[in-house]
Design a protein around this ligand. Sequence first.
Ligand code: NI
Length: 256
Amino acid sequence: MYFDTHTHLDDRRFLSDQEEVIKRAQEAGVELIVNVGENVKSARRTVELTQKYDFIYGAVGLHPHEAKDFSVDVLEQLRDLTREPKIVAVGEIGLDYYYDHSPRNIQQQAFRQLIRLAKEVRLPIIIHDRDAHENTLRIIKEEKADEVGGVFHCYSGSVPLAREIIKMGFYLALGGALTFQNARKTVEVARAIPLEYLLIETDCPYLTPVPYRGKRNEPAYVVKVAEAIAEIKGLSVEEVAQTTTNNGKKLFGISE
Ligand code: NI
């Protein structure tokens, strides 16, 4: 019923109880998950998860925090991993000017190279954009990433920017931040943007929604995101769950 389009179940914080977490997700009605790699190691762990669980798909990429480790060798390894049968996207990739863990010019170069990879292997992209809206959009346009499409994960920008993004054919994924008290901007986005362009996600173990804030996030809590969207839009939770699941299946080419 629910499709959590962005998890990091291979994170060390799930090391001791990953199976139980995944079981709880199923019990909560999560029927599809895309686990998102942050580097080559995490991409390999993601492939393992897709092999172990029917309902888990994966994305392989290099997080902007780790762009400083980008190399031809990394690109080659990621390219190989995109050939795995249940890898449905290149991600996460993008720009993070909030933390600046990698120099900005290096982040931009890695982002461009990984968009080119996605176009080469014909997979959509999962974009991480934090405080870098202008450059992210410019690179997406210059690299013609709309040819493969994708999703702005954990979207944090304005309504006008959201309209520009969906006009290019990209989706917006909303997560736990929607339930935070200072979420005014994201609430406006959830209200203004039609459900056909929205996905839901947890980004677990991060960004835990209310009322679980302070705890580790997990896929079962994606229900709280769907409930928040339903309340903002005046729709039933079932409709939000169904439509966002269909959107995700369409974007990632999942036909089950
Ligand atoms: Ni993430």
